[in-house]
Design a protein around this ligand. Structure first.
Ligand code: URA
Length: 232
């Protein structure tokens, strides 16, 4: 990108102030003072302003309301990727914090801060993920009591060595459950219901820890506030 744009994106300077700073000799690229605003630079160049190195982007924290048909991956696949819905520079640096299946809708977090992502996903932090689960058949009576107990005690899923961690199940309607998980195994919700003989027709994540989707419409995203980031 042009050097004046690089400066605008990494400081609070407007383009005209960036150009003035360059004319004053305050901007260097790889140790050489550069006055031509059109000089091309990228993240591999060491750009300094008044002797201070400039970083193109800081750490970003994003909440997305994922629609169905969108994949939580950085690889290019047949499906659009979650990052393709987001309009920020250096998108390839953003990683989803955990994953939702391609047909699951709801709250996805993305960040380029690996430590923060780890805090959110680590089961030790007990950051509850709230799912609305629509079942093919009603779950009621004794079967429901048994499911609540099994999920609270942990279910041994096919192919796993350890049972799931304690999870909280409640029914909102005969076919609509709320399930709170504190971990994120592959297809965990669908496999847990399969283990008790139920098929999940639709799955939606409403919240992660202190953060809920709120008014964010399907397909929309926004950056988290500093308070929201710190709340995890
Ligand atoms: N569990 C699932 O089965 N799918 C998801 O997308 C998330 C949790």
């Amino acid at each position: 990108m042009r050097l004046d744009r690089f400066i605008c994106e990494s400081t609070e300077l407007t383009r005209s102030l960036a150009k003035k700073a360059m004319h004053r000799g305050e901007v260097s690229v790889d140790g050489e003072v550069i006055k031509n605003a059109a000089t091309q630079v990228n993240e591999h160049h060491r750009v300094t302003f008044q002797g201070e190195p400039l970083m193109l982007v800081g750490l970003r924290y994003v909440i997305l309301h994922k629609p169905a048909g969108v994949e939580c991956t950085t690889r290019r696949t047949l499906y659009p990727r979650a990052i393709d819905l987001i309009d920020l520079p250096m998108l390839e640096r953003l990683q989803t914090v955990g994953r939702l299946d391609v047909d699951t809708t709801g709250l996805v977090l993305l960040s380029d801060d690996g430590q923060w992502s780890h805090r959110v996903t680590s089961p030790k932090r007990r950051c509850g993920k709230v799912y609305r689960v629509t079942l093919a058949e009603p779950l009621e009576g004794d079967a429901l009591d048994a499911a609540v107990r099994d999920f609270a005690e942990g279910v041994l899923l096919e192919g796993e060595e350890k049972p799931t961690r304690p999870a909280e199940l409640a029914m909102r309607e005969p076919r609509v459950a709320e399930l709170v998980l504190y971990e994120g195994k592959y297809h965990q919700v669908k496999r847990m219901f399969a283990a008790i003989g139920h098929h999940v027709e639709a799955l939606h994540r409403e919240a992660i820890g202190p953060l809920a989707l709120g008014e964010l419409a399907e397909g929309e995203w926004r950056e988290l506030s500093a308070e929201e980031v710190a709340a995890f």
